[in-house]
Write a protein that binds this ligand. Structure first.
Ligand code: BJW
Length: 245
């Protein structure tokens, strides 16, 4: 699928001083990590989020949840950032202020070289105590799940449904959305809150909002530009157009 990049978008981006970006599972799809809501290959098409991504599910069956995340952690460790991640790391260098807010837990933005990354939904590589909510680095892997020194189970340091997002990350994301000239929403279905509110906050504050996604989403009709294509194709094209100006 070939995607035309509107010249007006390139010019608005070139004139921008502050850029905010929200990414979702779609940007990592081309690295081989499944999205959540794809009807056939999405994680939630094959697994029940109530059982695997809620505190109640973890309380019912901690071993099942721990082992599901352990398998995902192992598969994420084997993938590489793709041209979409790399293009964002390059874009960051061109702007006075560039905040990359991600819902992803896979560290692929950091591995591609992005520096200012705000993780809204945690990081699968970290483990925290399910009682004390503090990150734990040193634990015995003999049990499944392992236990904290306090006796409670350890769990992945990710945000499940019904849980609050890390307050500092959310505050930084909201500030970036409300004080940017251009906001890019990339590879997210825009269904999960509060992340889905960020592009709407940017719109209300007067930013140019751009969506990059092969499918239309709830955001598409609000965006100034909805580019229908894969992030790994569209982002390098956009970067090239900017370089040619
Ligand atoms: C491509 C592509 C390519 C494919 N290139 N694109 C207000 C209104 C309604 C509900 C709520 C609300 N406020 C809170 C809620 C409840 C809930 C919520 O939003 N529910 C909705 C489902 C309705 N939110 C919460 O519970 C949040 N907590 C919270 O708000 O606390 C306060 C509170 C609690 C309770 C009540 C009220 C307030 C926490 C949300 C945590 C989400 N956690 C997960 C799991 C993380 C750990 C893990 O990985 O296991 O986060 S769920 C999952 O969804 C994951 C993702 O980060 C998140 C978003 O998904 P994403 O990234 O958009 O992926 P997909 O699959 O949906 O979309 C992929 C897109 O990519 C698609 O559009 C494709 O087309 C596209 N794509 N290939 C570009 N190559």
């Amino acid at each position: 699928m070939s995607v035309a990049i509107p010249q007006e978008l390139v010019e608005r981006l070139a004139a921008a001083r502050r850029v905010a970006v929200l990414t979702g599972a779609g940007i990592s799809a081309e690295s081989g990590i499944p999205t959540f809501r794809d009807a056939l290959t999405g994680l939630w098409a094959r697994y029940d989020p109530q059982e695997l991504a809620t505190p109640e599910g973890f309380a019912r069956n901690p071993k099942l949840v721990w082992e599901w995340y352990a398998a995902r952690r192992a598969s994420i460790a084997g993938v590489q950032p793709n041209p979409g991640h790399t293009a964002l790391a390059e874009l960051e260098k061109r702007f006075e202020k560039f905040t990359l807010v991600t819902q992803n837990i896979d560290s692929l933005h950091q591995r591609a070289g992005s520096r200012e990354v705000v993780e809204l939904h945690g990081n699968i590589a970290r483990v925290k105590c399910s009682l004390e909510q503090i990150v734990v680095n040193d634990f015995s892997r003999d049990e499944s799940p392992p236990r904290c020194h306090c006796g409670a189970y350890l769990r992945p340091d990710v945000v499940w449904f019904g849980e609050m997002l890390p307050a500092d990350a959310l505050a930084r994301a909201e500030d970036a959305a409300e004080h940017c000239d251009v906001f890019l929403s990339i590879g997210t279905s825009a269904q999960v809150y509060p992340a889905a509110e960020l592009p709407l906050r940017a719109l209300s504050a007067g930013a140019t909002v751009v969506e990059i996604n092969p499918e239309r989403t709830a955001l598409s009709r609000h965006a100034h530009f909805a580019l229908q294509g894969a992030a790994g194709i569209v982002l390098p094209l956009l970067l090239n157009k900017l370089r040619q100006l």
